[in-house]
Design a protein around this ligand. Structure first.
Ligand SMILES: [Cu+2]
Length: 205
């Protein structure tokens, strides 16, 4: 089966100004979430990242995971976690992970978010049932806790409370990342929702 067409770019979809800025910033921002030095964590965001930097962990022109051809697709519905901040009851959404020889694409889409709020999402190494997803997935454990060794997404919720992000990584995560967790970017410990990834009925398509 040919995989040549996998991850072929599609025509750019309409993107918000913020998303475009984010795409430009992505090439220079590789700082990430989790495991930062304590003195850096006090500055608000993770590892001293600004909200803008976190919102830039997004490739709005990339083919979303659920549209990647010739890939193994897994998906999961987000479930609210007990650690979700008050007022999050309407949050719902889906995470998709597509993998093929060219690597991994992750897409999250959510509704019921706080308009204008910045969110982060990561691939996690445990299922939602186990410590709400456990630690971040890392290609090399003990390596840098930032992309490309981890898979981080960031986005700003639209006026209607919807949010979407897609990121790509040139390695396959295999079955090492069973869950995707969403956090408010300014409150990483308040895990908002978790999605257990299940392989789709169609498998590779
Ligand atoms: Cu996370």
């Amino acid at each position: 089966m040919s995989r040549m067409r996998a991850l072929r770019p599609r025509p750019a979809r309409p993107a918000s100004g913020a998303a475009l800025v984010g795409a430009l910033a992505l090439t220079t921002v590789l700082a990430g979430c989790g495991g930062g030095e304590p003195e850096e964590e006090s500055s608000g965001g993770m590892d001293g990242m600004s909200m803008e930097q976190m919102a830039s962990m997004n490739e709005p022109d990339a083919t979303p995971a659920d549209e990647v051809r010739q890939a193994d697709l897994a998906a999961g519905e987000f479930q609210l976690l007990d650690t979700a901040p008050p007022g999050s009851d309407d949050v719902a959404g889906t995470a998709w992970v597509a993998q093929n020889k060219k690597g991994t694409t992750v897409t999250v889409r959510l509704t019921g978010l706080e308009p204008g709020e910045v969110y982060a999402a990561h691939l996690h190494a445990e299922t939602c049932e186990t410590d709400d997803g456990g630690p971040h997935f890392a290609f090399e454990e003990g390596g840098p806790e930032v992309p490309p060794n981890e898979v981080h997404l960031g986005f700003t919720a639209d006026d209607d409370g919807t949010g979407e992000a897609t990121v790509t990584n040139d390695r396959e995560v295999g079955d090492g990342a069973p869950a995707v967790v969403v956090h408010p970017a300014d409150a990483q410990d308040n895990r908002l929702a978790c999605a257990d990834l299940q392989s789709g009925p169609g498998g590779r398509r």
